[in-house]
Design a protein around this ligand. Structure first.
Ligand code: BEZ
Length: 254
């Protein structure tokens, strides 16, 4: 089995479905950039539990989904999908796909060049690489608070921060160096409602930071983090939002 998950970051299909269903629900704009055509063979890189993969199958495409989290792959298979446990930095495919699609995954993989190289190998000449992930400035309030709470405890937050949020210019340069022509690349500010509040969001997306702390200190650290972000991320009716900034792109393999 070939996996690469950020240290301290666990993926469980049940907590993901509770805290993060919005990730797939908000994924339709990047599906529009992909513009899937019936009969195309598409790789979903980081398919998770397959909620969005299923929509591409419904468009008449043949899908292969890969994800490093076995629990998520099992959930995708329960939907009847061809889902496989694979690392995004070591994709095992030859030039067999018309398109590679990815939503809300690449910000977990710091070795972006290895991903781009594997996507290039997997695409037919002229194939499309279309995706969306966290871009420069993403979840800035959340990230700043998490860093502050670790730093107060004498822990270097950079050592536990699992996220990669590049600017359009820097990601474009990586794609071009990897043999792609970039047709579109944009940053999109998208404040995002958190259905299970800030604590639910941290449970699913920020656990790597708290893995740095003794279990006995985690509730206090969580309360401090929430207090720091509350003025920015909770509205006057008690609704929580995260300050998401998406990087959306469409590139073509040369
Ligand atoms: C995102 O989808 O942008 C995201 C997910 C988890 C942590 C940070 C950002």
């Amino acid at each position: 089995m070939n996996t690469s998950l950020p240290a301290g970051q666990d993926w469980h299909a049940d907590t993901y479905a509770r805290n993060a269903r919005f990730v797939a629900d908000l994924g339709m704009p990047v599906v529009e950039w992909l513009a899937p055509r019936p009969g195309e063979r598409i790789l979903d890189l980081g398919c998770g539990d397959g909620a969005l993969t299923e929509k591409l199958v419904a468009a008449g495409c043949t899908l292969v989904g890969v994800d490093p989290a076995a629990d998520m792959v099992a959930a995708a298979r329960l939907r009847g999908l061809d889902a496989r446990v694979e690392s995004g930095t070591a994709l095992p495919f030859g030039p067999e796909f018309d398109a590679v699609f990815t939503n809300a995954v690449l910000h977990w993989i710091k070795d972006a060049d290895a991903v781009i190289a594997g996507v290039h190998r997997a695409l037919k000449p002229g194939g499309r690489f279309v995706g969306e992930f966290g871009g420069f400035g993403n979840v800035a309030a959340c990230r700043t608070a998490l860093h502050a709470v670790l730093a107060r405890r004498g822990v270097d937050p950079a050592a536990f921060d699992p996220w990669y949020f590049p600017s359009p210019a820097s990601y474009r340069a990586r794609l071009e160096a990897g043999g792609f022509t970039v047709e579109r690349i944009e940053l999109i500010h998208r404040p995002t409602p958190l259905p299970t509040g800030f604590a639910g969001w941290v449970e699913t997306f920020g656990s790597a930071f708290f893995a740095a702390l003794p279990a006995t200190d985690r509730p206090a650290a969580m309360a401090e983090t929430e207090a720091l972000v509350r003025p920015m991320l909770r509205d006057d009716q008690g609704n929580w939002f995260a300050d998401y900034v998406r990087l959306r792109f469409k590139a073509v393999r040369g």
